[in-house]
Write a protein that binds this ligand. Structure first.
Ligand code: CP3
Length: 335
């Protein structure tokens, strides 16, 4: 059994497994080398050999307990016939959302487009030792929608959502996304992934009423599906502050990834005996080594009597020095 599963499912708190969101990425020179030769990011995600190679890069460098398949949440809208462009400096840009085009995509075609992801997963699994997990992931429907509808995140107001997508179309789109995300999760686990992480990176934009409809309910549907299929889940509803408690009680995932805005002591005392993951601010890794290691110790101490997976409160920043990751892993191994 992998160390992450032992922590997530058996709630064994004697060991603290570690991995990092965005552990394969631009802070690694070996990733930048491949990326430079592959300008089309979606095409790179759909290259099974390169995707598998990139997935294993941080595993080779650091003694991590899990690999996360190199892909992107936006591969799903791409496979739903909406083109995606990563060249813009303001983050990824998607072509204008066309509901008819979206509704027309059949599941078999969607899964066929994503087949290289499944092949990359089986190839990667063969090169990973048994005690290491292979994590697959999806973006939650809401976070996908923020990109699909090109929502202006800096000026978003929940009540204005109807301007982006007519109210009667919202349910249709949500339902189709949920159905197709379930299929994508199932195929990824059939190919050899043993945990799924559901990223709701933009949950923090929603007011309480919309949070229930666009975040809690879709996350719960995905988690319940996974539970039926015995697939362990970790949810990351970033930015929802103390609504993390409501989320955990309602959605009931196996693990909950906390962001750097949430007080870890509050999480420790309010989220029950669920396995907690992450929390530390990624910008701490840009400070000197002493500060980063001290903060690592603080998180380990707070969660010492809990099932806890060490990670950050969001992804590793591109200007992070890889050496600090190595030092943090060494610190965790030494406890
Ligand atoms: O964690 C990993 O190492 C696995 C790979 C992974 C990527 N994206 C690769 C990537 C994962 C798990 C993601 C998830 C993802 N993608 C999320 C959820 C997590 C989060 O960060 O909130 C979101 C919102 C996206 C959408 C996305 N993809 C954005 C906003 C961007 C551009 C900004 C950025 O952070 O780089 C991407 C591009 C992207 N996805 C890169 C990588 C390595 C950088 C691509 C490049 O080299 O230009």
């Amino acid at each position: 059994m992998s160390k992450l599963i032992n922590c997530l499912i058996n709630k064994d708190f004697s060991c603290k497994p570690v991995w990092f969101m965005r552990q394969a990425g631009r802070y690694l020179p070996e990733f930048r080398k491949i990326r430079q030769k592959n300008q089309n990011f979606i095409k790179l995600c759909l290259d099974k050999d390169l995707s598998s190679e990139i997935t294993l890069q941080p595993i080779k460098r650091f003694n991590l307990d899990a690999a996360i398949i190199f892909s992107d949440i936006l591969i799903v809208p791409f496979a739903l016939n909406q083109s995606v462009n990563f060249k813009s400096l303001n983050g990824p840009r998607l072509a204008r959302f066309d509901i008819e085009k979206f509704m027309r995509v059949k599941k078999a075609d969607f899964l066929k487009t994503l087949d290289p992801v499944y092949q990359a997963i089986s190839k990667t699994r063969k090169n990973l030792s048994k005690e290491k997990s292979l994590i697959c992931f999806v973006g939650s429907p809401w976070t996908l929608l923020t990109y699909m509808l090109n929502i202006d995140k800096a000026n978003f107001i929940s009540s204005n959502l109807d301007k982006s997508l007519k109210n009667q179309d919202q349910n249709k789109v949500l339902e189709k996304l949920i159905e197709f995300l379930k299929a994508h999760i199932e195929q990824q686990t059939k190919a050899g992934a043993d945990i799924v992480q559901i990223f709701d990176s933009w949950a923090g934009l929603l007011d309480l009423r919309s949070l229930h409809r666009f975040c809690f309910i879709p996350n719960k549907e995905l988690v319940s599906f996974c539970r039926e299929k015995n697939i362990p889940t970790i949810c990351f509803p970033k930015g929802i502050k103390t609504n993390y408690k409501k989320f955990v009680d309602f959605v009931k995932p196996n693990g909950i990834s906390i962001d750097y805005d949430l007080d870890p002591e509050w999480a420790q005392s309010n989220l029950g005996n669920i396995c907690i993951q992450g929390g530390m601010n990624p910008s701490v890794l840009l400070e000197n080594e002493k500060i980063a290691l001290k903060e690592t110790e603080r998180y380990l101490k707070i969660f010492k009597d809990k099932p806890y997976i060490f990670n950050l409160g969001h992804g590793i920043l591109p200007n992070t020095n890889p050496t600090i990751i190595k030092k943090i892993v060494e610190k965790i191994r030494a406890i």
